[in-house]
Design a protein around this ligand. Structure first.
Ligand code: KE4
Length: 437
């Protein structure tokens, strides 16, 4: 379908971007390769809206891939950043702000006794895996097909997010010797995990997973999956790394693992704890974390780690999230959205299902349940691409990939949700008129 939206200036800017930025982007999923159409050039954001370079207003369900749980340019966060900017942005020495944000996080997540701030989720997960290998003196790690833990070499096999979006199963540039140390199991498949542990007895340093998978689209853990995984890793002397880069402080004021009644050995965080600035972290029991330099030999460092500007953004964000009733409001709107999307699928007769938990949701164009990556890859990505473009035509920015989540923020209103459901119904009607490819 040809877009009727005027995007002349965006097109001109993207043409220049393509000459100097690889693919015109600084992260692959922004290129809209799997959904077609012209990538957006965003000029500014405010609350639940983005405004592109042509002034088009978009209702935003990408929310910087989950970082903007409060919405864009929240006054308390922007004021904190602006104020700090005049006092300096990075010193390369410890500030009390790092202690303050660390204290807020460890108070909310009891399993984290000590924490190390880094500047991206990839750094957090990469460091947690190195630490697990250093502590256990084992080399293998076990991840789950379709989960995405950032772009460190050890994570790029059978990974979700941009690799799933672009159909990259194994990434060139990762040495075979290293790739072989990453084992993959289907999400929710505990017998596969048990089998891999028996085949690699005493050789697996850690299992890493998303407690709610959101990088193959949203895929929920089956009842008992996380608790069983905790028992299996403990029994086999492996560490459990729970990657909460998306879920940390999204489901409630803490980590998703707490809702599953488990405690990870190491937890990784990102996105929300930085309030839109580059903050991520890994943390866990002190007896494990104390192996990290300068206390121990497991080396990890970072020029801008814990910089005061980013710390202020994180502190201001968590202070807002700690306010009573905030999560209830977000979840009410998310539940209304999910219910409405399911009703729209039923009304229009389009084969699809919505996987959701809290403020995370994915509409899969799949007739059958989606409980793992194989199921997710069976979804009709061409229909998803059409849905994405139909919604964008109606001013609603959904994830530009079937293998990502839609994120509801505190800034979304009940009216936004009604508008989104109506737009989805109209989009699905347009799609229903076409044969499923
Ligand atoms: P970053 O290195 O992109 O900050 O974080 C990596 C990461 C780690 N763990 C989980 C569970 C993640 O979801 C991510 C990054 N998420 C993707 C979106 N699904 C980032 C978006 C992008 O790559 O542009």
């Amino acid at each position: 379908m040809k877009s009727k939206v005027q995007r002349r200036r965006s097109r001109e800017i993207f043409a220049r971007a393509e000459k100097i930025l690889v693919g015109g982007v600084n992260s692959p999923v922004r290129a809209f390769r799997s959904v077609g159409g012209e990538p957006l050039i965003i000029e500014r954001g405010s609350r639940q809206f983005l405004y592109d370079a042509d002034g088009n207003k978009l209702l935003d369900y990408v929310c910087s891939w989950g970082a903007m749980l409060l919405g864009h340019a929240h006054p308390a966060v922007s004021e904190a950043i602006a104020e700090q900017a005049w006092d300096g942005t990075s010193f390369g020495a410890t500030t009390e702000l790092e202690v303050e944000l660390a204290t807020m996080i460890t108070a909310a997540i009891p399993g984290i006794e000590k924490i190390r701030f880094v500047s991206s989720g990839t750094e957090a997960t990469m460091s947690a895996v190195r630490l697990a290998r250093g502590v256990t003196k084992r080399d293998f790690i076990l991840k789950f097909e379709g989960c995405y833990h950032g772009h460190a070499d050890s994570f790029l096999s059978q990974a979700g997010s941009g690799l799933a979006t672009l159909g990259i199963a194994e990434c060139p540039g990762v040495p075979q010797a290293l790739a072989e140390l990453t084992l993959n199991a289907p999400y929710n498949d505990l017998s596969a995990v048990e089998r891999l542990f028996s085949e690699h007895k005493d050789k697996i340093a850690a299992v890493i997973l998303e407690p709610i998978a959101a990088n193959m689209g949203v895929v929920l853990p089956e009842a008992g999956f996380l608790a069983e995984l905790r028992e299996i890793t403990t029994r086999n002397g492996a560490l459990l790394i729970v990657d909460e880069v998306i879920t940390g402080f999204r489901m409630h004021y803490g980590a998703a693992q707490q809702l599953a009644g488990i405690e990870a050995d190491l937890t990784t965080l990102g996105k929300i704890i930085g309030g839109g600035l580059p903050v991520a972290a890994y943390g866990g029991r002190a007896d494990i974390m104390n192996h990290v330099a300068p206390l121990g030999p497991v080396y990890q460092a970072g020029t801008l780690a814990g910089n005061p500007l980013a710390m202020r953004a994180g502190i201001a964000t968590l202070k807002q999230l700690a306010r009573p009733g905030l999560y209830i409001g977000i979840h009410e709107k998310a539940e209304t959205l999910v219910r409405g999307l399911r009703e729209a699928l039923a009304e229009t007769g389009v084969a699809g299902r919505v996987n959701a938990r809290g403020s995370l949701a994915t509409l899969f164009f799949a007739a059958d349940p989606v409980n793992n990556y194989t199921d997710a890859k069976g979804a009709d990505t061409k229909r998803y691409a059409r849905f994405f473009r139909e919604m964008l035509e109606r001013g609603i920015f959904m994830a530009p990939s079937q293998f990502e989540a839609a994120f509801v923020s505190a800034a979304h209103t009940a009216e936004d949700v009604t508008r989104t459901v109506d737009a989805a119904r109209d989009s699905l009607k347009a799609i229903a008129a076409e044969p499923s490819v």
